[in-house]
Ligand binder design. Structure first.
Ligand code: HAM
Length: 437
């Protein structure tokens, strides 16, 4: 292994050459078993609940997020990676994907084909945050969105169900679903006024961030984690008491569906989420041990399409952080996806056999027999040692003599018995011998 000091020296003193940018990381081969396990469950659930895959560009017009996510949110105000193209467009590395999915839905009129439209995506997102455990500058999300159709609480519950099932299938423990409603255009302004009145008396006691948000984004005061703000939050007015009739009925509907499914939840009147496009239901799946905070978060965003210049489109969605999910699986000792073990080892002796083995390995691939080879090694002993160490069932041995006689040796590594078999019958014979192994 090369340590950081050495790597700087070897790259002529330029530490940037052999180091990923801060907050960004490689996903190494040793981690893929967990990533693939999550991806497999995601795909199974997407197929079962009829979500079709969508992939949007990693770069979008910065305005999409300014208008959609909100110019005064942390994500847009402080965390976006921006670049100017030669043509003068300002693009952003996507910090999230919901606004992009809505943009694609509207651009391609996806609602005309089917209502509602169920879509899912996976891919990298970028936020210039302070990296820490579970918080990166490049991270990956899997998201599910239901767009169009009716503003029906059934869809909020269905989305929650998909993530509930996903975490269940992955066997992730100690997760709690937090749920709130943040109202609509009718009741939210009234609630914000009440909140402002409440906090105005304590303006001097607020942290610097909240002092500013009091004027710009009052709801965010409810998710401040500063000690002195936490204390003040305890007596802040409760959103759920102030919801209008429509929002109360909608929220009750969501809870009834969840009760029907026996999905437990915590009503969390301080959950507001950090993005401006939400209305009514908001929710998060939070680890109870507090390790990475939130594994997934989402909610309803009925006004996002209007913010982007279209007409109102009811929508609800949720996204989870892959790195946090994978790290949680490792901490909770949930095994990765294991590849089916290979049972056949191809051993060659000499140059001519090496060439023939190269071709024969391909024949085995075409016949659907996974094979392990070590064509870079020359020694018969070393190859046999590898085959035994890796628990192979059969060794297929090709030497000079076998090539001249058009044969191959099949050696049973469990019994030690071996037999020379005609090359043109070898595939059939190997398949036969693998039965029951
Ligand atoms: P979000 O809460 O910003 O929501 O992100 C969703 C998830 O992405 C988080 O719960 C977390 O697991 C992961 N995540 C966020 N930031 C980071 C980071 N810096 N490092 C590692 N993981 C992170 C959204 O992005 C919304 N678009 C979700 C949504 C979909 N709402 C409706 N539809």
């Amino acid at each position: 292994m090369v340590n950081k000091k050495d790597s700087t020296k070897k790259s002529g003193g330029n530490k940037f050459l052999l180091q990923a940018p801060k907050g960004m990381h490689d996903i190494l081969p040793s981690a893929w078993g967990w990533w693939e396990k999550v991806e497999k469950s995601v795909k199974e659930l997407a197929d079962f609940y009829s979500f079709a895959k969508i992939e949007t560009p990693i770069l979008e017009h910065a305005q999409l997020f300014e208008k959609g996510v909100g110019a005064e949110t942390d994500i847009v105000e402080k965390e976006m990676y921006l670049l100017k193209t030669k043509g003068g467009d300002v693009l952003a590395l996507r910090p999230e994907c919901t606004a992009a999915v809505m943009r694609a839905y509207m651009e391609h009129r996806l609602g005309q084909q089917m209502q509602p439209r169920r879509l899912y995506y996976e891919g990298p997102m970028f936020r210039h945050e302070n990296p820490q455990s579970g918080r990166y500058r490049e991270f990956h999300q899997v998201g599910f969105e239901i767009l169009g159709g009716q503003n029906d609480p059934l869809y909020d519950a269905q989305l929650i169900l998909v993530f509930h099932e996903l975490f269940k299938s992955l066997k992730i423990k100690n997760l709690r679903l937090h749920l709130n409603s943040i109202g609509c255009r009718i009741c939210r302004p009234l609630y914000k006024k009440q909140l402002q009145n409440y906090y105005r008396d304590y303006e001097k006691d607020l942290c610097k961030n909240c002092e500013r948000r009091l004027k710009t984004n009052i709801l965010r005061l409810l998710d401040c984690k500063e000690e002195k703000c936490l204390e003040l939050k305890k007596n802040a007015p409760n959103f759920l008491d102030k919801l209008c009739h429509g929002c109360t009925t909608h929220f009750k509907g969501v809870l009834e569906y969840l009760d029907e499914l026996q999905i437990t939840y915590v009503l969390d009147n301080q959950l507001v989420r950090g993005l401006d496009y939400y209305s009514r239901t908001v929710f998060e799946f939070i680890l109870t041990d507090g390790s990475f905070g939130t594994l997934a978060g989402g909610g309803r965003y009925d006004y996002l399409a209007e913010l982007l210049g279209g007409h109102q489109i009811p929508a609800v969605g949720c996204a989870m952080g892959m790195e946090r999910v994978v790290e949680t699986m490792r901490i909770q000792e949930i095994p990765p996806l294991s590849r089916p073990a290979k049972k056949v080892f191809l051993v060659h002796v000499g140059d001519m056999a090496k060439r023939k083995s190269f071709k024969f390995a391909h024949d085995l691939f075409e016949a659907g027999i996974p094979v392990r080879e070590a064509l870079g090694k020359e020694s018969l002993k070393a190859q046999m040692k590898m085959a035994n160490r890796e628990g192979m069932k059969l060794a297929l041995i090709l030497g000079q003599k076998e090539i001249f006689e058009h044969n191959i040796i099949i050696r049973d590594l469990e019994t030690g018995l071996q037999e020379s078999v005609a090359m043109d019958k070898a595939v059939k014979e190997i398949k036969e011998r693998l039965k029951g192994k």
